[in-house]
Design a protein around this ligand. Sequence first.
Ligand SMILES: Nc1ncnc2c1ncn2[C@@H]1O[C@H](COP(=O)(O)OP(=O)(O)OP(=O)(O)O)[C@@H](O)[C@H]1O
Length: 764
Amino acid sequence: MEASTEDIITATKKANAYNFINELPNGLNTIVGERGAQLSGGQKQRIAIARALVRNTALLLLDEATSALDNESESKVQEALDMASRERTTIIVAHRLSTIRNADKIIVLSKGKVVEEGTHEYLMSLNGEYFKLVTNQVVDREIGEFEEEENKKHVFRKLKSKVSVISGDDNKFSDAADEEDEMGTVSFFQIVKMNSPEWFQITIASIGSVITGFAFPIFAISTGDLVGILSGTDDVVMRSETNRICIYFLAAGIIVGLSTMTNIYFFTFAGESLTLRLRSQLFKAMLRQEIGWYDRKENGVGALCAKLSGEAALVQGATGQRLGTIINSMATLSLSIGLAVYYSWRLGLVTMLFMPFMLLALFMESRLLRQDETANLEAVKASMKVAIEAISNVRTVASLGAEDLFHEKFTRELTVQQKKNLRNSHIRSIVYGIARGITFFAFATAMFYGGYLIIDGTPYDDIIKVSNALILGTVSIANALAFSPDLRKGINAANSALQLLNRVPNIVDAPDAHEKKWKEGTIEYSNVNFSYPTRPSVPVLKNLNLTIFDGKTVALVGSSGCGKSTIVQLIERFYDPNSGVISVDKENIVDMKVSSLRSHLGIVSQEPNLFDRTIGENIAYGDNSRDVSKEEIIEAAKKANIHNFVSSLPLGYDTRLGGKGTQLSGGQKQRVAIARALIRNPKVLLLDEATSALDTESEKVVQEALDKAKEGRTCITIAHRLTTIQDADLICVIDKGKLAELGTHQELMKGKGLYHQLYSLQGH
Ligand SMILES: Nc1ncnc2c1ncn2[C@@H]1O[C@H](COP(=O)(O)OP(=O)(O)OP(=O)(O)O)[C@@H](O)[C@H]1O
């Protein structure tokens, strides 16, 4: 049963998602990108909570459901979840113990076993594992609160006085969403040019095709001759003449056989080479594009995979054997016409009167195909997108019981395509019918007129030769026509492939871009304005000014969706600001080579993405500029507090992770990602909620490791749990894309502003 809009609105209100959705230009109809990439972490979680609430099930499973929320949202969502859980059985998995304090029963697990069970009060009185976990969290907070931070104040003053503004705006902003890549048309010759490295094979294959194409007209002549011989009266002459014709047939068979073999082999070779090259070039071109390009809805995983698998192969339809068929038909047709004119030009001319009609039928057919092929291709892509989305999120699909919904969606997309195909085939079949029928009308006319010519003295075997040659010539056109759907598909696919290959990404190295030599490493955001290309009307950062000094740790805090992760993404140059400058050592980052800039940045993000490789390889991926030794991998893993776990696995560092690292817990994934960032030895460490999925114990150890890793490095850290960033040299409070407050923990607490409010909301 589908939820009504009111139910959805009520659920979004309960999950505290209503306001931010309402502010989006398309409201509930906003497209959120694949895996919700166009939402902030907290927004995604709130929508997931709303989705769970809308189902109104008897059992509610909350697996760290509020971990990515800021305090304000968390307390509101928590209220909603509390209300929802009152009416149903609820299982909560949480690291933040304050969120489960009121649970009817708390189960403490250690190494896969239940070690304690009971209410909060009971478990506290036991003074056991649970007590340890709770007190660990409290002690953490208190240490943060009472620490004397005189020298930090000094640092802050220094920092603050250095926040300065660089005027000038030399960032070019191009709105990727507006810049719609026009589907240009590619000529057949441009496609053949794509096959240019295989020109030698194509030439040989074409010669083979021409020879094969001559086969039918020669057959027509020989048959005509045979009819002439058979009408003779001398048996001996007839015998020797038929033998001669048989030898001709035999020789023709051998030549045609060999030429067909040659043309099929070499055209296939050329076609396959093209597909291989195209796939590799397309994939390279995809990886070259800026992140904003992937945000566009037409560039989802499904569509791009379809491009790589389907379209790259379809281009072959416009070259390879199709090209062979066309050359073959043209050879047949021209020789047939030539022979017809030679043997009886008058009969040839009469039959050729049918040519305009034949061509008209051909033209109509190709036009019909051109109109519908693009739509067809889009429909296949649409259904593939649904399938890929469902399969890659199969856990969510299963838990939501949305199998039928996705199946229905998939079938609907296919039906649209099938209807289009059927409509095409009706019209196409009529056009095909006419094209074939015309051949026989031409034959009838040729015979009728041929009768008169025989009376006038034209040998009747010539009439047979001319009409046969023309019939076979027309049949070869029909063949070319039958293959032309593939040709059109090939041209469409080539269009779309060339469009991608020729696309210049919005974020590229400037012609005089240089390698970044890291001197001081001071990062400055000056008057930065930014909105995501897919939502140009929603400003995310508004005139942001921020300086991050070398070796300092700067924490970004603020409510969910205020733009913290965006600030980090801009320094990585995943996007360029609409206006304003981001600089390192007073050099605009757009003047540096993107790869060089990124090589100095190590990121650990909210949702660490791991590859379906071994743990060792996943860690080594952190630095692709060199061969990372096993010792270094182990060292990084130790620092990230994951070594003990990895060595306890039977295959250790050679353990393969499933797709997206599904075989690890959230905390383990995060620690592998931390190890991956550490191996890079980056100048700047970007921690976007890096420890949010860790339990208190490993968070503490990882935090220590991160503290060590931060030494001598600039660090930008984002955290909702304010206790984790109290030690930061500078805390920047971001509010709705603007810098609202700046200072150390103590200063901000004294200021009693937004930070103080956020801090108090966490129950301190
Ligand atoms: N790729 C994207 N395309 C369009 N809008 C986006 C995209 N990514 C994020 N946004 C929007 O930009 C705003 C800021 O997002 P951002 O991820 O920077 O927030 P955040 O402060 O890090 O939030 P959280 O604490 O929840 O992670 C949000 O409103 C979000 O919906």
